[in-house]
Design a protein around this ligand. Structure first.
Ligand code: AMP
Ligand code: MG
Length: 530
């Protein structure tokens, strides 16, 4: 077997000046990054890996199962010329400027050139303290690492932009966490995930130098990102900066539309958790919608204000983009085009959301749907659907799949849809009349199309997943993994590789949340402790 070897690119570290202090202790850093070595682990074990990600970075299956892989991706061994580093960034947390944050428990192992000439950064999450760890330890526990590994891979296969996960390893060391912040700290197994992305730069990466009036670093960062990940926009100039900001707005818009399509709630949309290339990043206390509820947030830290609830993710994304606009303003020095881009975000979101809803429902939007003053039967149908789904507890994922093969005969409608309701007692006469009214309007609009019904349902099933990483399933996989049983974790990883396909052997993973999971920690709510 050939030894693991990467073509290193080291673009970030070669472009920016490193923090000149080499010791590893918490501090304010004025540079873009600090060199820092991952902490050696006691006895690492590889629990899971992604074949596709391995392939993408040029690793064979044999290499993935080698001891060298395990040592490298658990932080124990470096390849020649690897100079690991942690990045410096700031951010707004829950609406408040938090100053410097940075990679407190993430260490970039290497920036590599992939076999098809792309670039990827390999990043270890949970590999020990860095100058950005503030008062925390830099480690990660198994439960949060399982969640990151499974969810980022699931998102990829759902067609949602995301960072990927190459591997999940146990470190063999314990990590102490107070999971509910209630004074009951306990030792939990530590783990490391190797995440992979073209860029781990966040909105907060620009905010920090801007807040420090470091125009030189700010400009350098913007130029770097444009040249590296937005090269199609051309060489940096004021116009290109604006084109870039517009594209960041568009990518972020598309991302949130996709989250709304699949029922994903990020849970901590702080500006340091917003990827500049428009990927889902930082899987923390995220959650998946079981019963459709625009007001649901999975994050217990967010339970009061519900700032990051499902239904307002687009508004929050726009707020975050506004902070990014403020940060890059010194490069553009003109408010108007930035405001225009932000206003366009709302307009684009409205249009993309409607297009997405139309696809979910298998109806066609009229050609003039987005011209001003156009009456929109479709738009009211979408809004009314949200209200309908919230009237009684209705499983979002199952609802759309059942809708795809709604019988023509109305007398079968209710029995056909019954499986998506959590509580049959809630199906009152009032509810039934609202439901039937909506279904009648819906079928009329759907039948306006001259497409064949079977083609319509097929297309619906290509945007409405059958399988998502239901919160209780992730929690069950975690509880078993904590007992060294990885079968469920692997099954979930497998089934979520084809989330839109019927996989009858895995039907149990498409069922609605069981009652026991409704109010169980990890299944319905999560703390940030990870
Ligand atoms: P988050 O919102 O979870 O992405 O984290 C916010 C900030 O806290 C980032 O700077 C993280 O790197 C840092 N952080 C989170 N958990 C830890 C940890 N266990 N050790 C060190 N830093 C952490
Ligand atoms: Mg973060």
């Amino acid at each position: 077997m050939s030894a693991i070897k990467f073509t290193l690119d080291n673009k970030f570290t070669n472009t920016f000046t490193a923090d000149e202090i080499a010791e590893n202790y918490p501090r304010q850093v004025m540079s873009a990054y600090s060199f820092v070595a991952p902490k050696k682990t006691a006895m690492p074990t590889l629990i899971a890996s992604s074949e596709l990600v391995a392939q993408q970075i040029g690793l064979t299956e044999e290499q993935v199962s080698s001891p060298e892989f395990l040592q490298l991706f658990s932080g124990n061994g470096l390849l020649e010329n690897m100079q690991p580093f942690a990045m410096c960034y700031g951010g707004h947390q829950f609406g408040h400027w938090a100053g410097q944050l940075g990679d407190g428990r993430a260490i970039n192992l290497a920036e590599i050139i992939t076999p098809n000439n792309g670039h990827k950064t390999l990043q270890l999450k949970g590999a020990g303290p860095t100058p950005y760890s503030r008062t925390a330890d830099g480690f990660a526990v198994l439960r949060s690492s399982v969640r990151e590994f499974l969810c980022s891979e699931a998102m990829f296969h759902l067609g949602v932009a995301t960072t990927r996960a190459l591997s999940l390893s146990l470190t063999g060391d314990n990590v102490v966490r107070d999971m509910f912040y209630d004074g009951h700290a306990k030792a939990e197994p530590g783990a490391v995930v190797c995440r992979v992305s073209s860029s781990f730069i966040r909105f907060g990466s620009f905010q920090l130098p801007s807040s420090r009036k470091d125009l030189s670093l700010l400009t350098q960062l913007v130029d770097y990102v444009i040249e590296r990940d937005f090269a199609h926009l051309g060489a940096p100039s004021t116009e290109v900066y604006l084109a870039w900001f517009n594209e960041v707005c568009n990518r972020t818009c598309k991302l949130v539309v996709d989250w709304m399509r699949v029922g994903f709630v990020h849970g901590v949309m702080n500006t340091d958790n917003m990827s500049i290339i428009g990927e889902t990043i930082d899987y923390g206390p995220y959650g998946w919608i079981d019963n459709f509820d625009l007001n649901w947030t999975p994050n217990t830290t967010d339970a009061n204000g519900k700032r990051y609830r499902f239904g307002v993710q687009a508004e929050i994304a726009q707020w975050n983009l506004f902070q990014l606009a403020n940060a890059i303003f010194p490069l553009i020095k003109d408010v108007e085009p930035l405001e225009k881009a932000l206003n366009n975000f709302s307009k684009n979101y409205q249009q993309q959301w409607q297009t997405m809803m139309a696809a979910k429902l298998g109806i066609e939007l009229p050609v003039d749907a987005f011209t001003e003053g156009a009456s929109s039967l479709e738009r009211s149908l979408f809004i009314d659907l949200e209200n309908l789904l919230m009237m009684i507890e209705t499983d979002m994922t199952i609802f759309y799949r059942r809708l795809a093969d709604l019988p023509d005969d109305k007398s079968f409608w209710l029995s056909h849809l019954k499986t998506c309701f959590y509580n049959e007692n809630e199906i009152t006469a009032d509810y039934k009349s609202v439901l039937f009214n909506w279904l009648e309007r819906y079928s009329q609009l759907r039948d306006n199309s001259n497409k064949h019904r079977s083609d319509i349902s097929k297309a619906m099933n290509e945007v409405n997943p059958k399988y998502v990483l239901r919160n209780y399933l992730a929690q069950q996989a975690i509880e078993l993994a904590e007992k060294q049983d990885y079968t469920l974790l692997k099954q979930l990883q497998k089934v979520l590789e084809n989330p839109y396909d019927e996989q009858p052997e895995y039907d149990q993973f498409a069922e609605k949340r069981p009652d026991w999971a409704k109010n169980k920690a990890g299944c319905s709510m999560l703390s940030c402790s990870s």
